[in-house]
Design a protein around this ligand. Structure first.
Ligand code: NAD
Length: 503
């Protein structure tokens, strides 16, 4: 018997197969729940429920202001349960309780509130124009797309669920959400909040299970109009292929290998904090982590010395303690990946500056195999360790001599998701930022994401944007309505009128 269920057409149900899978607390290795394991059949039921809710239900036909009321209620419920949800999030995914309480839970409530504002205030009719000849009125409308599938990764399960459900339902769509198998539990809490807020049956559906079956069904089923995916670039390519079968809209938020550029006029103290935060927040398991630090040669030695000293002071331990900076990675296999990349880097000629293995001396009861030390490698940008996404606490530091060279190295990547510039000269920092081919650049800051600003990738980091009005509009179609106001029977197929309209 599963501890969790699927949510289909407003009901919590067992998967058709009755199968389950285990989810573990990575900090201790302890099994914490038996999760309902959906199969393709369950995914199809969820899609059909969403289709019915969209085609026949009240949701897409309500006013934006009415829908906004439900989203705000869900945000209130989330906030009222912040301690409980934060603990679920931290235990299941291994992130620190600080991250859950200060980023994940308020971030998700903030996203619901932001998209409620969009539903209320962003116009459905964007333009009206009158044409004198041929006499006509034009209206450009925005309308919901239909059934949206949301497929999310394990690194920020709660907030990612809000970034999929929030804009989709605010804009009047129906959704099927699938979390990653490592981290199903906090998404259950989000769906409960949406249910309790009174969102009608079928508008939000939820299936837990493997990507290879449930995820693939969501990405290819003909009744799905849009797939919003966050995850690895490799799976993103597969999603694009599957979605092409019925030419679905896709938004993809994929991997990264972002550059954090320290200019020679930077406040070094601030930049050291920023580079450590940019890399080691959540153990580097963040898509836009600044895992390549490019440091001007004139300050390089001093800067790397400061990085090592401060990295050594980071507290590694129980992720449920407020004292902890770094908890476990999501699983022992993710820590193995970090270890494998460190070895690969050393084989390629990189130099280990600090860290590089499992930490010693963890408190009794903690599973050392899921932990990894904050690690710094001196590397060359051509090395695999500097080109491939590791998704662990591994920072590559590199030297450069001019702003142009820094930009060139930063852009020498298949990815383009985030990036940073550290400088005391705002004009110079903006000039460097403008030349970086990446979706977000922070100047003298890192990881700052707000619901109101767009987030997404250049190059192989993705397609489309989440958040902001840009992200909201990714869940809306554009319709042009041309209305003939002449009353003249002669106008139809009238080439003079067509020619005037076209020119
Ligand atoms: P993943 O690509 O392995 O899995 C992501 C989701 O896709 C999971 O729900 C998984 O079950 C599902 N999935 C797997 N195979 C599938 C398939 N064939 N068809 C359909 N769905 C499938 O990623 P992950 O390991 O969960 O997360 C880490 C990755 O996510 C990193 O690459 C990271 O950069 C990326 N990420 C990107 C962003 C962003 O906004 N750009 C944010 C967070 C994470």
């Amino acid at each position: 018997m599963a501890d969790t269920k699927l949510f289909i057409d407003g009901e919590w149900v067992e998967p058709r197969s009755g199968e389950t899978f285990s989810t573990f607390a990575p900090s201790t290795g302890e099994e914490i729940a038996n999760v309902a394991k959906a199969g393709r059949e369950d995914a199809v039921l969820a899609i059909e429920a969403a289709r019915k809710a969209f085609d026949e239900g009240p949701w897409p036909r309500m006013s934006g202001a009415e829908r906004a009321g439900y989203l705000r209620k869900a945000a209130e419920i989330i906030t009222s349960r912040q301690n409980e949800i934060s603990e679920v999030e931290a235990r299941d995914g291994g992130g620190t309780i600080k991250k859950a309480l200060f980023a994940d839970v308020p971030g998700a409530a903030g996203a619901f509130n932001y998209f409620a504002d969009c539903a209320e205030n962003v116009a459905d009719v964007e333009e009206r124009a009158a044409s004198p000849f041929p006499p006509a009125e034009s209206i450009v409308r925005r309308e919901p797309i239909g059934v949206c599938a949301g497929i999310i990764p394990w690194n920020f399960p709660f907030i990612m669920a809000s970034w999929k459900i929030g804009p989709a339902i605010a804009a009047g769509n129906a959704v099927v959400l699938k979390p990653a198998s490592f981290t199903s539990l906090s998404a259950v809490e989000m769906v409960k909040a949406v249910e309790e807020a009174g969102v009608p049956a079928g508008v939000v559906n939820f299936v837990t299970g493997p990507g290879g079956s449930v995820g693939e069904e969501l990405a290819q089923h003909p009744m799905v109009d849009k797939v919003a995916f966050t995850g690895s670039t490799e799976v993103g390519r597969r999603i694009m292929q599957l979605a092409s079968s019925t030419v679905k809209k896709v938004t993809l938020e994929l991997g990264g290998k972002s550059a954090n550029i320290v200019l020679d006029d930077a406040d070094l103290d601030l930049a050291v904090s920023g580079v450590l935060w940019g890399t080691f927040f959540h153990n580097g398991q963040v898509c836009e982590s600044g895992t390549r630090a490019l440091i001007h040669s004139s300050v390089y030695d001093e800067f790397v010395g400061m990085l090592v000293e401060r990295a050594g002071k980071m507290v590694i331990g129980d992720n449920l303690s407020f004292e902890t900076d770094l908890g476990p990675l999501v699983s022992p296999s993710q820590a193995d990946t970090a270890e494998r990349y460190v070895k690969l880097g050393l084989d390629e000629g990189a130099k280990l500056v600090c860290g590089g293995g499992r930490p010693e001396g963890l408190a009794a009861g903690l599973d050392q195999t899921a932990y990894f030390q904050p690690t710094i490698l001196e590397a060359d940008n051509s090395m695999r360790v500097a080109q491939e996404e590791i998704f662990g606490p591994v920072l590559c530091v590199m030297k450069y001599d001019s702003d142009d060279e820094a930009v060139k190295i930063a852009n020498d990547s298949i990815y383009g998701l985030g990036g940073g510039v550290w400088s005391s000269d705002s004009a110079r920092a903006h000039s460097v930022a403008a030349r970086m081919r990446t979706g977000t650049v922070w100047i003298n800051d890192y990881h700052m994401i707000t619901p109101g600003q767009p987030f997404g990738g250049y190059k192989q980091s993705g397609v489309g944007r989440e958040l902001g009005e840009y992200g909201y509009n990714e869940y809306r179609q554009i319709k042009h309505v041309w209305s003939n106001t002449s009353g003249s029977k002669d106008q139809y197929l009238h080439f003079a009128a067509l020619s005037a309209a076209l020119s």
